[in-house]
Design a protein around this ligand. Structure first.
Ligand SMILES: C[S@@+](CC[C@H](N)C(=O)[O-])C[C@H]1O[C@@H](n2cnc3c(N)ncnc32)[C@H](O)[C@@H]1O
Length: 293
């Protein structure tokens, strides 16, 4: 079969610049137009959209985004790729390439500076897999002014983010993501469309950022502590896991009673609790802890 356009483009750019891709930076570049189209389509962009792209690589996705959106800010960690990106987008004043680490740069300031005049803002990215969860948690927990996040992630991560209570894939990242967004599976992406080919398949998901959370939580910090504790020690019973994560292993009796009071059978495992049940228990716990102080 003849080599596709993007594969040829990628090989050509890498050869011309004498570049070896770095596995440690998660550099698996997309080489199929069809998948690039699917990602851009899922983001539902128009001439009022601003896009933050994390990890543009050598700009395969950026090129497609540049055709659809008003402004693009592309943050790339690998300094070697910056001159290549600058050269590729020299004639695109609405594409700004920035050398930086998406885990460290001030995203609020950058979005305000570069995408502030856009009506809608999106993150669109083929994320580096070694840092997917921390980047996603950062995007959500910092409450950036975003409408949606369309990301390519490892298939297993996509399954976690879109899973239901009681399934193996359901975890603290699921609950946290579903608290901030409505996740939607877009498409499965086989490993062979990347260069170099990774060990695992991938998937594109779309996270529609919620304006308000779907459950009423009075103490958010406590809510996230409860979630982490419930999933922290999967083999423990729920009262044991919560007592261990929240009270250093003490107060198991009280935790059991509070679960009962919140209408949650203490014999259940943490991974069977819904978002509503986590909120219910946290609100009760917050009240009871207040009463005790
Ligand atoms: C999976 S590749 C995607 C490249 C390109 N967008 C594509 O779809 O072909 C991930 C990119 O993220 C970059 N990267 C890795 N860690 C990063 C970080 N902490 N901040 C910003 N970019 C990062 C890598 O250098 C690489 O270019």
């Amino acid at each position: 079969m003849a080599e596709g356009r993007i594969t040829t483009r990628t090989r050509e750019i890498l050869r011309r610049h004498g570049l070896q891709l770095k596995k440690s930076l998660g550099q698996n570049f997309l080489t199929e137009d069809r998948v690039l189209h699917q990602i851009v389509e899922a983001a539902d962009l128009d001439e009022q959209s601003g896009v933050l792209e994390i990890g543009p690589g050598i700009g395969a996705l950026t090129e497609h985004l540049a055709d659809e959106a008003k402004s693009i800010l592309a943050v790339e960690l690998d300094q070697r790729l910056i001159p290549i990106l600058d050269e590729l987008f020299v004639a695109y004043p609405h594409v700004k390439v920035l050398h930086g680490d998406a885990m460290k740069v001030d995203l609020h300031r950058l979005i305000d500076e570069h995408l502030g005049d856009c009506e809608r803002r999106h993150v669109v990215a083929n994320l580096p897999y070694y840092v997917t969860s921390p980047i996603l948690m950062r995007l959500l927990e910092e409450r950036l002014p975003l409408d949606s996040i369309v990301i390519m992630v490892q298939k297993e991560v996509a399954e976690r983010l879109t899973s239901e209570p009681g399934t193996k894939a359901y975890g603290s990242i699921t609950v946290t993501t579903q608290y901030f967004t409505e996740p939607e599976w877009v498409t499965l992406v086989p490993a062979h469309v990347f260069m170099p080919r990774p060990q695992v398949d991938s998937a594109v998901i779309r996270l529609k950022v919620r304006r308000t959370p779907p459950v009423d939580v009075r103490n958010e910090a406590l809510f996230f502590r409860v979630i982490r504790a419930a999933f922290g020690q999967r083999r423990k019973t729920l009262p044991n896991a919560l007592a261990a994560g929240l009270f250093g292993g003490e107060r198991k009796g009280e935790v059991t009673a509070w679960l009962d009071e919140a209408g949650i059978d203490p014999k259940r495992r943490g991974e069977t609790l819904s978002l509503e049940e986590f909120a219910q228990f946290t609100n009760l716990l917050d009240e009871r802890l207040d009463d005790l102080t």
